[in-house]
Design a protein around this ligand. Sequence first.
Ligand code: ADP
Ligand code: MG
Length: 730
Amino acid sequence: MSEAASTGRRLAQLAEIPVSQLERVKPRKAQALAEWGVTSVLDLLTTYPRRYIDRTRAADVADLAVGDEAVVFAEVRRVRGNRNPRGRSRVEALVADATGDLSLVFFNQPWREEQLSVGSQLLVWGKLTEYRGRRQMAHPVVDLVARVESGAVESRMLAVIPVYPASAKYGLTSWEIGTYVKEALERAGELADPLPHALRRRFKLRGRSEAMRAIHRPEVPADPWPARDRLVFDELFRLQLILVLRRRALERAARSIRHAVSPAEASPAGPPSSLVERFVAALPFELTGAQGRALEQIFADMAGPLPMHRLLQGDVGSGKTVVAVATMLAAVQGGHQGALMAPTEVLADQHHLGVRTLTGGLEVPDTGRLGGTRPLSVGLLTNKVTAKARARVLSGLASGDIDVVIGTHALLTEDVRFASLGAVVIDEQHRFGVEQRAGLRAKGRVGSADPDLLVMTATPIPRTAAMVVFGDLDMTVVDELPPGRAPIQTAWARGALEEAAAWERVRSEVAAGHRAYVICPLVEESERVVARSAVEEHARLSASVLGGLEVGLLHGQMPTAEKAEVMERFRSGALQVLVATTVIEVGVDVPEATVVVIEDAERFGIAQLHQLRGRVGRSSWPSWCFLLGEGGSEDAAQRLSALERSTDGFELAEVDLELRGEGTILGERQTGSSGLRLAKLRRDKEWILAAREAAERIVEEDPGLAGHPGLLEEVRFTLDEEDAAFLFKS
Ligand code: ADP
Ligand code: MG
C-alpha cells in the first residue's frame, strides 16, 4: 500500500522559491507579480493559460476580404503614433505576414506605440475594414507572442500559444507570463508525483511533470486537455482529502450528546407525548414525506454516538423551517438548548417571529417546580436588541431558562454562554465559513459535549458543488414541496405592454381577495438609501398603477414594531399590496399572496429572484411572478429567461453556476493554496465524484496517510498549521 517516495520537486519546495529568483523576472516585474498575487514559483506554475491559440490555423493576410473577422499571425513592420489637432492620440502599426500587410489602428491608447515595437510578433483578432483604400483593423485584440529584446527576436516557436490571464493593471502581459513560466518549468525540472500509481492507472492520469509541461507548453492543440484532467484531479483530490480527514477528526475529537429522541418521533403513531411529537401533532398540516425522511435522518444522527454534521438542502418553500425547529426541539426535550444562527438581522428577526408562531402553545417541564410546566421560551440575540434585552437573554441562556435562541453572529461573541447547547442550526445562505461553524460548535463545549449541527442553505446548490463546499457534512435533501401547491407562472415583462399586463394582474388578484408584493429595485447602497427609494416607489405606485388599492410599505429601516404591524395588516388583508425591499426575500410567508412583481429584475441574481418568487405559490391558488426590466446585459437576459423557464431551484442553481462560475458558491472559503485554480464546479462534476471516492478510500485504509508521505505533505502544506494539527492529532 505504501508508495515509494517519489523523487523530484515537491510543491512545498516550489512554494519556497520566490519568482524574483528567475532570471527573466526583473525586480520591477517581481513587484508587479507580487501585487497581482504571484510570489512563488508555485504560484507562477499554477497560473494557468486561459485559452490557447492554434497558430497553424491563423489566416493568411492576403486571403482576408473586407468584412471578415479573423485571426492573423503577423510581425510589426512600422509603428507610428500621433495626435490629431484636438489632442486625440492615434497609433497605427503596419503588420505583415508572408502574404501581405494591413494596418492596426488604435485611438486613445498611446501606450500601444511602445507595446507594438518593430519586429514583435502578434496574434491579431479583429475585423478587416477599409479606410481610404487602406486595409485595416480598428481596435483588434492583440496578443504579443514574441518581441524584440536587445536586438534579437525571441520567438517561442510554439504551434499552440498559451494565452495567460494578463493584467493590464499591473502591467503584465500574457507574453511575459509565458516567458516566466517557461523558465520556471525549465528550472524546476522533474516534479514529485505523490499520486498512488493505482489511482493514476484507474483514471488514466498523466504524470504531474508531464501534465504541467503540456498545459503550459502544448505541442499540439489536443495536448492541454489530458494535462488539465490530471491537474484538476490534483486540486480536487487534495481538497477532498482535507474534507474527509476533517470529518474524521471531528468524529474522533467529538464528545457527542446522545439526544433523547428517536427517528420514529418524526411520524408519531399514537397520542403525541414527547415535545417533538407534540410539535409535529400541533402543526396545521401533515409533514411531507421528504420532511419526515429528513427528520428521521436527523433524529438518528442526534441519538447516535457521533455528533451530527448535516447539510439540509431544499427548494424555496419546501418547508425547511419546520425541520429546523423540530431539530432544536429534539435537543430541548432532553434538557438541552437549541440555537439558530441567521446571516442577517432581518432574517434573524423573521426566524424569531416564525419560530415563535410555530412553537406557540408548547410546554416544557419547569425545573423549578416539580411536575410543573412552563411555556417553551424562545429568545432573540442580535446586535440590535437593547442592552436590557440582551442581558436578559444572556442570563436565560446561561441558566437554561431560554430553550431556543435565534440570532446572528452576535451568538458567537465571547460573553454568550449556554447552560447546555444541544443543537445548532445555521441558516447558511453561503455566508458562514467553516471557522464560524466551528466557533458555534465550540460554544456548546463549555462543560458539556459537542452540539449537533445542521446547516441549511436558503436556496439549493448543485450536489457536486455541495460536495466541494460542504464536503465535510452529510447531506439531506428535502426534495418535495407541500401538496397542493399550484405552479407559479413567471413572465419577464420586457416592454410597456407586458408591464401593463402585470399591474392588471395585480388588480384582478386583489379584486379576487388575494394579495400582491411589489419588490423595489435593488440599490447597492446603504440601508438608508434603499429605504428612501422604497418610500418613493411606494408613493409613485400608489398615485399611478396601484391607485385606489390599499398599498403598504415595508423596508429594513422601519422600527421592528412598525414592521410587524405592516406585516400583520398585510396578512389580514387590510393591506392588499405590499411594496417592499428585499427584507421579504426569505421567510415571509403569506399564503394569500398570489402575485409578485419584481422591479428592475435584471439587478438581482438567480438565487435571489428565485427566493423572491418563492413568496408566492404558497397555496393552492395559481400564482404569478412578473419580472420587470429590459434585461440589460446578455447575462441578465439569460438569468431572466432561466427564471421564466424553470421553477426548480436545483435546476436554476445549475444555470447560476454556469453563468456566474464558482466565485459566489466558493466565496472566500476556498482561497489561498487550497483554492481551485483550474477545476470548475460545473464542468468537472465527474472529477469531483472521482476525487471524493478516491479520498474516502485512501483515508479508510490509511487514516493518518502514513503510507502516503507525499500526499500527507501536500495536505499539510495546503492547510494552515492549526487545522493541520487538528486533522492529524492522534
Ligand atoms: P423554506 O424551505 O423555503 O424555508 P418554509 O419553511 O418557509 O420553506 O415553508 C414554506 C411554507 O410551507 C410555510 O408556509 C410553511 O408553513 C408551509 N409548510 C411547511 N411544511 C408544510 C407541509 N408539510 N404541508 C403544508 N405546508 C407546509
Ligand atoms: Mg426558509
